[in-house]
Ligand binder design. Structure first.
Ligand SMILES: [Zn+2]
Length: 411
């Protein structure tokens, strides 16, 4: 991941100078001139009726500052805060056009795109019954699979590698993007996803950075393999997007669950692993007004939900977004609910999800033994690993605590 300190201060200055701060912020905020080098408008980060958000475009300035909520930063911070784009991505894209970024990275990005297009065309041309059966089992046809970016890696890697190398890439390039097995002798190396259905893995800004391969037969283990490199992204912040352009999102465990949710009409995203990492949580809170978590009904799924709620509880108050969670019946996942019950099963699941404040209340209530006064309640919460402890003191957390006190007084 590129960060500010990967660029010299001169290069950072070049990147910022290449961006017109007034024009960029002006796309989001209605700005009016306010003296030389300053513009003013309504702050996009807090509710206000009188403009207190300023943009300074002086040569040595180039920053924004809100006199109301004191949020401030440079043009890159603004884009990152409002679009949810990682600072590394913004710097990468801008730095690239100024020739400040290592172009071998550009070659890798292009190669991943090339491989993705190739896998998609292999799926479009395939008549293999095992492929069609698998797609059907997750609610897709070959045509709809394309919309989700799915592909197929042929059984014969040698043929694929020869096509890709003829397009100007070396075996070493393919190895560098983490797509080759490493056990064989160099000349015999194969694609990790050989003979598998290929799912794209996205960075938080939506570009494809890696692939997961799903085996087409129960006898081929493991069921899933992952390519080994995630470009500029961290593995834990990679996801699979099935839609995600609206203001609400359903977060699930697996890519096929995410596809099922999208078929049921919800923009959805699945996490890459068993934990919602804090940077992904921050991205969700910035980008969406409503986040619904639906993880498996086993102990791993329960831990995943609890961790995700703890991450989100710390940050949602300032972003003004709502969080809900629902647990799946044991042994079921969204994909199997879609095939057994249909769309209504998933719609019901989402509509029955519980708001975070209610979950935090119920969890805290279980911690109390019934003898605490208000100080005792605060103490119990402070000493426990509970969701309420992670929530900043706000109107919501205060309401929960007073509801706990009330519930106690009635006992
Ligand atoms: Zn403000």
């Amino acid at each position: 991941m590129l960060s500010r300190d990967r660029f010299s201060s001169e290069d950072m200055a070049k990147i910022k100078q290449s961006m017109d701060i007034v024009e960029i912020i002006g796309n989001t905020v209605d700005l009016h001139p306010n003296g030389t080098d300053e513009h003013k408008g309504l702050c996009p980060f807090h509710e206000e009726k009188t403009a207190s958000f300023t943009v300074n475009s002086a040569q040595d300035g180039n920053f924004f500052y809100c006199h109301g909520c004191h949020v401030h930063g440079d043009v890159i911070d603004f884009i990152s805060r409002t679009t949810g784009e990682a600072i590394g991505t913004i710097l990468y894209e801008r730095g690239l056009s100024l020739g400040l970024v290592d172009t071998s990275m550009t070659k890798k990005v292009k190669l991943i795109d090339r491989m993705h297009i190739f896998f998609q065309s292999c799926l479009a041309q395939s008549d293999d019954p095992a492929v069609l059966d698998y797609l059907k089992s997750i609610g897709l046809s070959k045509e709809t699979a394309k919309a989700f970016g799915l592909g197929l890696s042929p059984k014969n890697s040698a043929k694929v590698l020869s096509i890709i190398t003829k397009a100007g890439y070396s075996i070493n390039d393919i190895d560098e993007i983490g797509m080759l097995t490493s056990k064989e002798k160099y000349a015999d190396r194969r694609l990790l996803v050989e003979g598998r259905i290929v799912f794209p893995v996205h960075s938080l800004n939506g570009s494809v950075v890696a692939f997961n391969g799903r085996s087409l037969s129960g006898t081929i283990k493991p069921k899933y393999v992952h390519t080994k490199n995630y470009g500029n992204s961290k593995k834990q912040d990679c996801v699979f997007f099935a839609g995600g352009h609206g203001k609400s999102i359903v977060v699930v465990e697996g890519a096929t669950d995410s596809i099922a949710m999208k078929i049921a009409g919800f923009d959805s995203m699945s996490i890459n692993g068993s934990k919602l990492h804090s940077d992904t949580a921050k991205f969700l809170a910035r980008k969406y007004k409503s986040i619904t978590l639906i993880f498996d009904g086993d102990s791993a799924g329960y831990r995943c939900t609890k961790n995700a709620l703890m991450e989100l509880a710390q940050i949602i108050a300032e972003k003004g977004c709502s969080v809900y969670a629902s647990t799946l019946p044991a042994g079921e996942d969204p994909s199997c609910i879609l095939s057994n019950v249909g769309v209504t099963g998933l719609v019901d699941l989402v509509s029955c999800s519980q708001p975070l404040s209610e979950i935090a209340f119920e969890e805290a209530q279980e911690l109390l033994d019934g003898n605490e006064d208000i100080n005792g309640i605060f103490y119990r919460i402070a000493e426990s690993e509970c969701i309420l402890r992670k929530m900043p003191l706000s109107a919501t957390s205060y309401c929960i605590i007073s509801a706990l006190e009330k519930a106690h007084a009635q006992k």
